[in-house]
Design a protein around this ligand. Structure first.
Ligand SMILES: Cc1cc2nc3c(=O)[nH]c(=O)nc-3n(C[C@H](O)[C@H](O)[C@H](O)COP(=O)(O)OP(=O)(O)OC[C@H]3O[C@@H](n4cnc5c(N)ncnc54)[C@H](O)[C@@H]3O)c2cc1C
Length: 390
């Protein structure tokens, strides 16, 4: 990333660069300032008679890191329903803020938000900032970026957490670019150093390593967090909190996208929402035998999931894959059939409330994470289990 550097000693405030800039990116009062409209086109550099402007390579460090304090959570809602990841972010955000002795804030863009605000008030946050407007009912990248940017400029949080959902994955990079700061996407572990540096851990190189990333020279620190990985916040309505209704300025709503209508997409429920999962691995001899797994899942009102080799073999859809490069699940019951328990698989299911494993090999690592285990052939065990359930 490059940036426009102003050499204040050489600048005479003649105003030639301000006039020359086609993007209104420069303004001067007591000193020359550059804003987020700057496209680094270099026209101002050429216009300056005093060589007071230079395009520097590399990212411009944040001037005063210490002025950025507190943790801000983006409260994601869809059609007036709070997404689960928001509560997970509040849980983690509370932990980070308490460790630093700082405050936890939530920003909520939406329409007719009273119900959502009441819901958020149950959790241990210090302040809720609300942008309420009918045009904010559904996510559109430009207005949501604009309202968050409006708040962040004023609040100067040290840490901003956003869910790594479809919405968050679209919002966070825009925001990071506008704030000229870094972004660590899809974090699975977060911690913080006493100096406020956020330790952002995420799988890298396809899950072969867990990378720890810090942003030591920039603020705010921006991370998206994989849903279902962090523990949701426990309710604490007694925690004192304030609610601030923020002005939605007309220019925030500028967007190239307009909603014509919202049509529900016929969609199968994701395995991430299932309360019971029956998962199968390479112990499965042929694709047709998935019928046995489906039968058990059906009798438990659950869903079928698989390990990666089955997806690679084309026996199941990627949306059913559990693990580091697949989905992370936390069902009440996870039945693992013919799954060895490789680290990349376990990373996606170890948070399940109850894990029940069936494997022929008594030494299989899956038994280390399972609460209950049966050493045996699932081809024999499952029909008996289904019969018993019937
Ligand atoms: C970068 C990377 C990312 C990855 N991401 C993922 C991921 O997201 N998800 C994932 O699952 N994997 C992932 N993997 C693959 C992972 O390393 C393992 O190879 C995979 O999880 C193994 O799948 P499995 O347990 O089905 O097969 P295996 O390891 O072959 O285990 C099969 C098990 O079935 C048992 N078995 C066989 N027949 C029966 C029977 N009839 N009854 C009972 N038990 C039986 C065997 O004893 C054995 O333990 C990833 C790998 C890499 C390198």
């Amino acid at each position: 990333m490059s940036y426009l550097k102003i050499l204040t000693d050489q600048c005479s405030l003649c105003g030639k660069c301000v006039e020359a800039c086609p993007f209104n990116a420069l303004s001067q009062n007591l000193q020359l300032e550059v804003n987020e409209n700057c496209r680094l086109c270099g026209i101002c550099v050429k216009a300056c008679p005093f060589q007071a402007l230079v395009i520097e390579r590399g990212a411009k460090p944040t001037a005063n890191l210490k002025s950025y304090q507190n943790v801000l959570i983006f409260a994601e809602q869809r059609g007036g329903k709070l997404s689960g990841v928001t509560l997970e972010l509040i849980g983690k955000g509370r932990m980070l803020a308490s460790k630093l002795g700082q405050k936890l804030f939530v920003v909520l863009p939406g329409d007719r938000t009273e119900k959502l605000v009441s819901e958020l008030k149950n959790y241990p946050v210090d302040a809720i900032f609300v942008y309420d407007h009918k045009e904010l009912a559904y996510f559109r990248a430009e207005p949501y970026t604009a309202v968050l940017y409006d708040l962040i400029k004023e609040l100067k949080p040290g840490i901003i957490l956003i869910g790594a959902t479809q919405v968050g994955r679209s919002l966070a990079p825009r925001l990071a670019t506008r704030l000229r700061t870094g972004l660590t996407a899809d974090c699975t572990i977060l911690d913080v150093k006493p100096n406020g540096d956020l330790i952002q851990t995420r799988p890298a190189f396809g899950g072969n390593v867990m990378a720890q990333i810090i942003t030591p020279r920039h603020r705010p620190q921006l991370a998206t967090v994989r849903p279902k990985v962090m523990t949701p916040a426990a309710k604490k309505p007694s925690h004192p909190k304030q609610v601030f209704i923020r002005e939605v300025k007309p220019e925030f709503l500028d967007s190239g996208i307009s909603f014509l209508s919202i049509l529900p997409k016929p969609q199968e429920t994701s395995i991430t929402e299932a309360e019971v999962i029956v998962a199968v691995g390479r112990g499965l001899k042929k694709a047709e035998d998935l019928a046995l797994i489906e039968e058990l899942a059906k009798s438990l009102n659950g869903m079928v999931a698989v390990t990666r080799p089955l997806v690679e073999a084309g026996w199941a859809s990627y949306t059913r894959q559990v693990g580091l490069s697949g989905r992370t699940v936390r069902p009440k019951l996870y039945i693992a059939c013919g799954i060895s328990g490789a680290i990349q698989h376990v990373a996606g299911m170890s948070g399940s409330d109850l894990i029940f494993a069936i494997n022929k090999d008594p030494e299989a690592p899956i038994f280390e994470v399972a609460h209950f285990g049966l050493v045996g052939d699932f081809y024999e065990i499952l029909p008996a289990l289904i019969k018993e359930l019937e």
